[in-house]
Ligand binder design. Sequence first.
Ligand code: FDP
Length: 322
Amino acid sequence: MQRLAPALREDNVPLDLISLIETILAATKEISFRVSQGHLSDSMGSTLDENIQGEVQKKLDVVANELFKDILLESGFVKAVSSEEEDTSVAGDEDGKYIVSFDPLDGSSNIDINSLIGTIFSIHQAPTDMAASNPDMFKQSGNHQVCAGYVLYGPSTTLVMTTGSGTHFYVLDRTHGGYLLVERNLQVPEDTQEFAINMSNQRFWQQPMQSYISDLLAGDTGPRGKNFNMRWIAAMVGDIHRVLTRGGIFTYPADNRNPEKPYKLRLMYEANPMSFLIEQAGGLAMTSQGRIMDIAPTDIHQRVEVIMGSKNEVEACLAYYK
Ligand code: FDP
């Protein structure tokens, strides 16, 4: 099996971007260890305790955020970072070539129940005409990502990543401490009989999504003429990993629970990186209005409607909005 760096070189990824990716992955190895310790992690020693002195009692998502932030800002490759856990962007090296957006621990409500969680990251080139402290650097569409990926801390620690030459699947090999390539060019099957949505919000959805899901639930006697199965891990990393592995449609649609907040998922560090991975694997990543990666961001924490996965199923869903 191929190690990470040669696999990236084969895709002609520039050396400084490979170094940045390796920096990100160094942090994920430490988080993976911490996650695997579960409730023991507060009392077990780890290098993390030295980095973040006296803060070992913090919640895991906060610890993961500080680890990522520190390691990236110290690396010299990064002009600024933005994180789900930070109000605004954090400046790094003025000469850094890249900016990184990340969700340090996605699916945080799963932490306490020992269920799937993961780290999502998205890398853009840093504009040269803005100061490192300027959050406007992050207002670049998903189309301009140079790398996106997630690490899933499950029974095995898996990395799924793209640099624009297909979506590749790696597993952390604990015997030598590095990620090994297990599958190149994942392909999302075009058709599926599996959907992922939080059904408890049904009464709050717009009419097109109500109609689409009700037709799926009608099964082989309904208009779709086939039975569908539902899965909801409640961590986007886990649900998208399933979609990338065996197909499916994943959606967090608009809802009217809170008129101020019609969408749940974040564009910069959830929807955009997952869209890059899904599209590079032959799937579609949309809102009801268009491609997610075409959206011009207005805020680093903006939220967006998400409908992504198997091509034909996403198209079937979008047909209800026409
Ligand atoms: P979480 O709030 O636990 O961090 O990031 C948002 C997210 O998880 C996604 O990972 C997940 O898909 C979704 O929210 C879960 O939403 P519900 O609480 O509606 O299930």
